[in-house]
Design a protein around this ligand. Structure first.
Ligand SMILES: Cc1ncc(COP(=O)(O)OP(=O)(O)O)c(N)n1
Ligand SMILES: Cc1nc(C(=O)O)sc1CCOP(=O)(O)O
Ligand SMILES: [Mg+2]
Length: 337
Protein backbone atom coordinates (compact mmCIF):
# COMPACT_ATOMS: atom_id res chain seq x y z
CA UNK A 1 0.00 0.00 0.00
CA UNK A 2 1.28 3.47 -0.90
CA UNK A 3 2.52 5.10 2.33
CA UNK A 4 1.00 8.42 1.26
CA UNK A 5 -2.50 6.87 1.58
CA UNK A 6 -1.73 5.92 5.19
CA UNK A 7 -0.51 9.45 5.90
CA UNK A 8 -3.66 10.95 4.40
CA UNK A 9 -5.88 8.65 6.47
CA UNK A 10 -3.88 9.31 9.63
CA UNK A 11 -3.99 13.11 9.22
CA UNK A 12 -7.68 13.21 8.38
CA UNK A 13 -8.72 10.92 11.22
CA UNK A 14 -7.07 13.44 13.53
CA UNK A 15 -8.57 16.42 11.74
CA UNK A 16 -12.13 15.06 11.81
CA UNK A 17 -11.86 14.28 15.54
CA UNK A 18 -10.29 17.61 16.46
CA UNK A 19 -13.06 19.56 14.70
CA UNK A 20 -15.68 17.47 16.49
CA UNK A 21 -14.02 17.96 19.85
CA UNK A 22 -14.38 21.73 19.45
CA UNK A 23 -18.06 21.34 18.56
CA UNK A 24 -18.57 18.96 21.48
CA UNK A 25 -17.27 21.51 24.00
CA UNK A 26 -19.79 24.11 22.85
CA UNK A 27 -22.67 21.60 22.86
CA UNK A 28 -21.76 20.56 26.39
CA UNK A 29 -20.78 23.82 28.07
CA UNK A 30 -22.22 26.51 25.78
CA UNK A 31 -25.60 24.98 24.96
CA UNK A 32 -25.98 22.40 27.77
CA UNK A 33 -27.18 20.07 24.99
CA UNK A 34 -26.44 16.59 26.35
CA UNK A 35 -27.65 14.60 23.33
CA UNK A 36 -25.54 16.61 20.87
CA UNK A 37 -22.44 16.46 23.08
CA UNK A 38 -22.86 12.69 23.39
CA UNK A 39 -23.26 12.25 19.64
CA UNK A 40 -20.00 14.17 19.04
CA UNK A 41 -18.22 12.02 21.59
CA UNK A 42 -19.63 8.81 20.13
CA UNK A 43 -18.46 9.76 16.64
CA UNK A 44 -15.00 10.61 17.94
CA UNK A 45 -14.78 7.19 19.55
CA UNK A 46 -15.96 5.43 16.39
CA UNK A 47 -13.32 7.27 14.36
CA UNK A 48 -10.64 6.38 16.90
CA UNK A 49 -11.39 2.69 16.27
CA UNK A 50 -10.36 3.14 12.63
CA UNK A 51 -7.14 4.87 13.64
CA UNK A 52 -4.99 1.74 13.60
CA UNK A 53 -1.37 1.41 14.59
CA UNK A 54 -0.24 1.06 10.96
CA UNK A 55 -1.86 4.38 10.08
CA UNK A 56 -0.36 6.14 13.09
CA UNK A 57 3.05 4.71 12.28
CA UNK A 58 2.98 6.30 8.83
CA UNK A 59 2.92 9.75 10.43
CA UNK A 60 5.83 11.97 9.43
CA UNK A 61 5.13 15.45 10.81
CA UNK A 62 8.58 16.96 10.06
CA UNK A 63 8.24 15.72 6.45
CA UNK A 64 4.74 17.19 6.03
CA UNK A 65 5.02 20.18 3.70
CA UNK A 66 1.56 21.39 4.77
CA UNK A 67 2.02 21.99 8.51
CA UNK A 68 2.80 25.67 8.05
CA UNK A 69 0.08 26.38 5.54
CA UNK A 70 -2.73 28.31 7.15
CA UNK A 71 -5.35 30.73 5.92
CA UNK A 72 -5.55 34.20 7.59
CA UNK A 73 -9.20 33.42 8.45
CA UNK A 74 -8.01 30.54 10.65
CA UNK A 75 -6.13 32.99 12.87
CA UNK A 76 -9.18 35.01 13.96
CA UNK A 77 -12.84 34.13 14.32
CA UNK A 78 -15.50 36.82 14.42
CA UNK A 79 -18.08 34.93 16.46
CA UNK A 80 -18.98 31.61 18.05
CA UNK A 81 -21.18 30.86 15.06
CA UNK A 82 -18.25 31.33 12.69
CA UNK A 83 -15.98 29.25 14.88
CA UNK A 84 -18.51 26.40 15.00
CA UNK A 85 -19.12 26.62 11.27
CA UNK A 86 -15.40 26.48 10.50
CA UNK A 87 -14.89 23.41 12.67
CA UNK A 88 -17.91 21.60 11.31
CA UNK A 89 -16.60 22.28 7.85
CA UNK A 90 -13.17 20.99 8.85
CA UNK A 91 -14.65 17.71 10.14
CA UNK A 92 -16.91 17.28 7.13
CA UNK A 93 -14.07 17.86 4.69
CA UNK A 94 -11.81 15.46 6.57
CA UNK A 95 -14.57 12.83 6.53
CA UNK A 96 -15.00 13.26 2.80
CA UNK A 97 -11.25 12.75 2.31
CA UNK A 98 -11.38 9.66 4.57
CA UNK A 99 -14.31 8.28 2.62
CA UNK A 100 -12.52 8.61 -0.72
CA UNK A 101 -9.03 7.44 0.25
CA UNK A 102 -10.18 4.58 2.43
CA UNK A 103 -11.82 3.07 -0.67
CA UNK A 104 -8.20 2.13 -1.53
CA UNK A 105 -7.53 0.84 1.99
CA UNK A 106 -10.69 -0.64 3.51
CA UNK A 107 -14.11 -0.26 1.83
CA UNK A 108 -15.83 -0.85 5.18
CA UNK A 109 -14.04 2.18 6.59
CA UNK A 110 -15.12 4.19 3.52
CA UNK A 111 -18.74 3.34 4.10
CA UNK A 112 -18.47 4.06 7.87
CA UNK A 113 -16.97 7.50 7.13
CA UNK A 114 -19.78 8.27 4.71
CA UNK A 115 -22.40 7.48 7.37
CA UNK A 116 -20.50 9.55 9.93
CA UNK A 117 -20.37 12.50 7.52
CA UNK A 118 -24.17 12.45 7.30
CA UNK A 119 -24.37 12.35 11.09
CA UNK A 120 -22.16 15.45 11.26
CA UNK A 121 -24.58 17.23 8.87
CA UNK A 122 -27.38 16.37 11.30
CA UNK A 123 -25.31 17.74 14.20
CA UNK A 124 -24.82 20.93 12.19
CA UNK A 125 -28.51 21.54 11.61
CA UNK A 126 -29.50 20.67 15.20
CA UNK A 127 -26.69 22.81 16.56
CA UNK A 128 -27.59 25.96 14.65
CA UNK A 129 -31.24 25.43 15.34
CA UNK A 130 -30.54 25.16 19.07
CA UNK A 131 -28.05 28.02 19.04
CA UNK A 132 -30.47 30.43 17.37
CA UNK A 133 -33.40 29.31 19.47
CA UNK A 134 -31.45 29.53 22.68
CA UNK A 135 -30.45 33.10 21.84
CA UNK A 136 -34.03 33.96 20.94
CA UNK A 137 -35.38 32.50 24.18
CA UNK A 138 -32.77 34.36 26.21
CA UNK A 139 -33.47 37.76 24.59
CA UNK A 140 -35.66 40.06 26.70
CA UNK A 141 -35.13 43.08 24.44
CA UNK A 142 -35.72 43.28 20.70
CA UNK A 143 -34.62 46.33 18.74
CA UNK A 144 -36.57 47.08 15.56
CA UNK A 145 -34.64 49.63 13.50
CA UNK A 146 -35.84 52.76 11.77
CA UNK A 147 -33.98 54.18 8.77
CA UNK A 148 -31.81 56.72 10.59
CA UNK A 149 -28.73 58.12 8.80
CA UNK A 150 -26.55 56.77 11.65
CA UNK A 151 -28.30 53.42 11.82
CA UNK A 152 -25.09 51.36 11.95
CA UNK A 153 -23.63 53.45 14.77
CA UNK A 154 -26.87 53.31 16.76
CA UNK A 155 -27.25 49.56 16.37
CA UNK A 156 -23.62 49.00 17.29
CA UNK A 157 -24.04 51.18 20.37
CA UNK A 158 -27.06 49.11 21.43
CA UNK A 159 -25.15 45.87 20.80
CA UNK A 160 -22.40 47.21 23.05
CA UNK A 161 -25.06 47.69 25.71
CA UNK A 162 -25.85 43.95 25.60
CA UNK A 163 -28.64 43.74 23.01
CA UNK A 164 -28.81 40.37 21.25
CA UNK A 165 -31.83 40.59 18.95
CA UNK A 166 -32.20 43.07 16.08
CA UNK A 167 -34.78 43.47 13.31
CA UNK A 168 -33.99 45.51 10.23
CA UNK A 169 -37.14 47.46 9.25
CA UNK A 170 -37.17 49.93 6.38
CA UNK A 171 -40.52 50.29 4.65
CA UNK A 172 -39.52 52.87 2.03
CA UNK A 173 -35.97 52.34 0.85
CA UNK A 174 -34.72 51.16 -2.52
CA UNK A 175 -34.13 47.42 -2.68
CA UNK A 176 -30.47 47.85 -3.64
CA UNK A 177 -29.90 50.07 -0.56
CA UNK A 178 -31.89 47.73 1.66
CA UNK A 179 -29.86 44.77 0.56
CA UNK A 180 -26.61 46.57 1.23
CA UNK A 181 -27.74 47.76 4.65
CA UNK A 182 -29.17 44.35 5.59
CA UNK A 183 -25.82 42.78 4.75
CA UNK A 184 -23.89 45.29 6.87
CA UNK A 185 -26.26 44.96 9.81
CA UNK A 186 -26.20 41.18 9.60
CA UNK A 187 -22.41 41.13 9.82
CA UNK A 188 -22.45 43.65 12.64
CA UNK A 189 -24.97 41.65 14.67
CA UNK A 190 -23.10 38.41 14.15
CA UNK A 191 -19.89 40.09 15.24
CA UNK A 192 -21.62 40.77 18.58
CA UNK A 193 -23.23 37.28 18.68
CA UNK A 194 -26.67 38.84 18.22
CA UNK A 195 -29.49 37.49 16.07
CA UNK A 196 -30.39 39.42 12.95
CA UNK A 197 -33.95 39.33 11.62
CA UNK A 198 -35.31 41.05 8.50
CA UNK A 199 -38.74 42.68 8.54
CA UNK A 200 -41.21 41.63 5.81
CA UNK A 201 -38.70 40.47 3.21
CA UNK A 202 -37.99 36.76 2.99
CA UNK A 203 -35.85 37.32 -0.11
CA UNK A 204 -33.53 39.79 1.64
CA UNK A 205 -33.29 37.51 4.69
CA UNK A 206 -32.21 34.69 2.37
CA UNK A 207 -29.77 36.85 0.42
CA UNK A 208 -27.85 38.05 3.48
CA UNK A 209 -28.16 34.78 5.42
CA UNK A 210 -30.08 36.48 8.23
CA UNK A 211 -31.22 34.46 11.24
CA UNK A 212 -34.82 34.88 10.23
CA UNK A 213 -37.69 37.07 9.14
CA UNK A 214 -40.54 38.93 10.84
CA UNK A 215 -43.91 38.71 9.11
CA UNK A 216 -47.04 40.71 9.84
CA UNK A 217 -50.61 39.70 9.10
CA UNK A 218 -50.39 41.08 5.56
CA UNK A 219 -46.99 39.57 4.82
CA UNK A 220 -46.11 36.11 3.50
CA UNK A 221 -47.33 33.02 5.38
CA UNK A 222 -44.98 31.40 7.91
CA UNK A 223 -44.84 28.17 5.86
CA UNK A 224 -43.67 30.10 2.80
CA UNK A 225 -40.80 31.64 4.76
CA UNK A 226 -39.83 28.22 6.12
CA UNK A 227 -39.78 26.79 2.63
CA UNK A 228 -37.46 29.53 1.40
CA UNK A 229 -35.26 29.94 4.48
CA UNK A 230 -35.23 26.37 5.81
CA UNK A 231 -36.22 24.95 9.17
CA UNK A 232 -33.20 26.33 11.00
CA UNK A 233 -34.21 29.97 10.62
CA UNK A 234 -36.47 32.00 12.91
CA UNK A 235 -39.88 33.16 11.72
CA UNK A 236 -41.80 35.71 13.82
CA UNK A 237 -45.40 36.90 13.42
CA UNK A 238 -47.22 40.06 14.59
CA UNK A 239 -50.48 39.61 16.50
CA UNK A 240 -53.11 41.97 17.85
CA UNK A 241 -55.94 39.61 18.83
CA UNK A 242 -56.74 36.04 19.87
CA UNK A 243 -57.42 34.76 16.36
CA UNK A 244 -54.10 36.03 15.08
CA UNK A 245 -52.27 34.50 18.02
CA UNK A 246 -53.97 31.09 17.62
CA UNK A 247 -53.11 31.10 13.93
CA UNK A 248 -49.48 32.14 14.55
CA UNK A 249 -49.08 29.29 17.05
CA UNK A 250 -50.73 26.74 14.77
CA UNK A 251 -48.45 27.91 11.92
CA UNK A 252 -45.52 27.28 14.29
CA UNK A 253 -44.15 30.81 14.41
CA UNK A 254 -41.02 30.87 16.59
CA UNK A 255 -42.07 34.03 18.43
CA UNK A 256 -44.82 36.63 18.24
CA UNK A 257 -45.00 40.38 18.49
CA UNK A 258 -47.93 41.52 20.65
CA UNK A 259 -49.02 45.07 20.00
CA UNK A 260 -49.45 47.89 19.82
CA UNK A 261 -49.46 48.26 23.60
CA UNK A 262 -49.83 52.01 22.97
CA UNK A 263 -50.68 53.82 19.79
CA UNK A 264 -47.42 54.91 18.22
CA UNK A 265 -46.28 57.28 15.47
CA UNK A 266 -43.91 54.57 14.28
CA UNK A 267 -46.93 52.59 13.12
CA UNK A 268 -49.71 55.11 12.73
CA UNK A 269 -53.36 54.12 12.46
CA UNK A 270 -53.15 50.92 14.48
CA UNK A 271 -55.34 50.94 17.59
CA UNK A 272 -53.89 49.78 20.90
CA UNK A 273 -54.63 46.21 21.97
CA UNK A 274 -56.79 45.30 24.96
CA UNK A 275 -55.76 44.00 28.39
CA UNK A 276 -58.08 41.07 27.66
CA UNK A 277 -55.83 40.13 24.75
CA UNK A 278 -52.69 40.46 26.90
CA UNK A 279 -54.28 38.13 29.50
CA UNK A 280 -55.05 35.67 26.71
CA UNK A 281 -51.43 35.80 25.48
CA UNK A 282 -50.15 35.20 29.01
CA UNK A 283 -52.41 32.17 29.42
CA UNK A 284 -52.07 30.60 25.98
CA UNK A 285 -48.86 31.68 24.28
CA UNK A 286 -46.36 28.82 24.08
CA UNK A 287 -43.61 30.76 22.29
CA UNK A 288 -41.63 33.85 23.34
CA UNK A 289 -43.74 37.00 22.92
CA UNK A 290 -42.59 40.59 22.70
CA UNK A 291 -44.74 43.51 23.78
CA UNK A 292 -44.40 46.29 21.19
CA UNK A 293 -45.73 49.77 20.51
CA UNK A 294 -44.93 52.99 22.35
CA UNK A 295 -42.67 51.34 24.92
CA UNK A 296 -39.92 53.37 26.59
CA UNK A 297 -37.98 53.44 29.85
CA UNK A 298 -40.70 55.51 31.53
CA UNK A 299 -43.52 53.07 30.92
CA UNK A 300 -41.49 49.84 30.97
CA UNK A 301 -42.43 49.00 34.57
CA UNK A 302 -46.11 49.38 33.79
CA UNK A 303 -45.69 47.09 30.76
CA UNK A 304 -44.00 44.48 32.90
CA UNK A 305 -46.84 44.55 35.43
CA UNK A 306 -49.27 43.54 32.67
CA UNK A 307 -47.33 40.26 32.53
CA UNK A 308 -45.01 40.95 29.61
CA UNK A 309 -41.44 39.73 30.09
CA UNK A 310 -39.99 40.76 26.74
CA UNK A 311 -40.27 44.04 24.88
CA UNK A 312 -39.56 45.31 21.43
CA UNK A 313 -38.79 48.97 20.74
CA UNK A 314 -38.03 51.32 17.87
CA UNK A 315 -37.82 54.97 18.97
CA UNK A 316 -36.72 54.33 22.55
CA UNK A 317 -33.34 53.17 21.27
CA UNK A 318 -33.12 54.45 17.69
CA UNK A 319 -33.76 58.02 18.84
CA UNK A 320 -31.92 57.83 22.16
CA UNK A 321 -29.06 60.22 22.80
CA UNK A 322 -27.13 57.39 24.42
CA UNK A 323 -28.29 54.10 22.92
CA UNK A 324 -25.76 52.04 24.89
CA UNK A 325 -26.96 53.43 28.21
CA UNK A 326 -30.63 53.12 27.31
CA UNK A 327 -30.12 49.51 26.22
CA UNK A 328 -28.36 48.73 29.51
CA UNK A 329 -31.21 50.32 31.47
CA UNK A 330 -33.83 48.32 29.56
CA UNK A 331 -31.89 45.11 30.09
CA UNK A 332 -31.29 45.68 33.77
CA UNK A 333 -35.03 46.23 34.39
CA UNK A 334 -36.01 43.29 32.20
CA UNK A 335 -33.64 40.73 33.70
CA UNK A 336 -34.49 41.76 37.26
CA UNK A 337 -37.98 40.33 36.68
C1 LIG B 1 -41.45 42.32 16.99
C2 LIG B 1 -42.37 42.90 15.98
N1 LIG B 1 -43.68 42.86 16.23
C3 LIG B 1 -44.52 43.41 15.33
C4 LIG B 1 -44.07 43.98 14.18
C5 LIG B 1 -45.00 44.55 13.15
O1 LIG B 1 -44.99 43.80 11.94
P1 LIG B 1 -46.07 44.15 10.80
O2 LIG B 1 -47.40 44.03 11.40
O3 LIG B 1 -45.76 43.34 9.62
O4 LIG B 1 -45.79 45.64 10.50
P2 LIG B 1 -44.48 46.27 9.84
O5 LIG B 1 -43.39 46.25 10.85
O6 LIG B 1 -44.12 45.46 8.64
O7 LIG B 1 -44.86 47.66 9.51
C6 LIG B 1 -42.70 44.00 13.96
N2 LIG B 1 -42.17 44.53 12.86
N3 LIG B 1 -41.86 43.44 14.87
C1 LIG C 1 -43.27 48.10 14.05
C2 LIG C 1 -44.37 48.06 15.01
N1 LIG C 1 -45.31 47.07 15.04
C3 LIG C 1 -46.22 47.25 15.96
C4 LIG C 1 -47.35 46.35 16.21
O1 LIG C 1 -48.15 46.62 17.09
O2 LIG C 1 -47.43 45.35 15.51
S1 LIG C 1 -45.96 48.64 16.86
C5 LIG C 1 -44.59 49.01 15.97
C6 LIG C 1 -43.75 50.22 16.16
C7 LIG C 1 -43.16 50.34 17.53
O3 LIG C 1 -42.41 51.48 17.52
P1 LIG C 1 -42.10 52.36 18.78
O4 LIG C 1 -41.30 51.52 19.72
O5 LIG C 1 -41.30 53.53 18.24
O6 LIG C 1 -43.39 52.82 19.34
MG1 LIG D 1 -44.73 43.57 7.96
Amino acid sequence: MNKAIYRILDANLDRAREGLRIIEEWCRLGLNHKALAEECKQIRQELAQWHSWELRQARDTPGDVGTELSHPQEEARESIEQLLQANLCRSQEALRVLEEYSKLYDPEMASACKQIRYRVYTIESTLFNSYRHQLLHSAPLYLVTSPEPEILKIVEAALKGGLNLVQYRDKDGKDSDRLEMADKLCQLCHHYNALFIVNDRVDIALAVDADGVHLGQNDAPVAFAREILGMQKIVGRSTTNKQELNKAISEKADYVGVGPFFETPTKPGKAALTQEYVDYVKAKCSVPWFAIGGIDLDNLNGILTTGAQRVSVVRAIMQAEQPTQVTRQFLSQLVRR
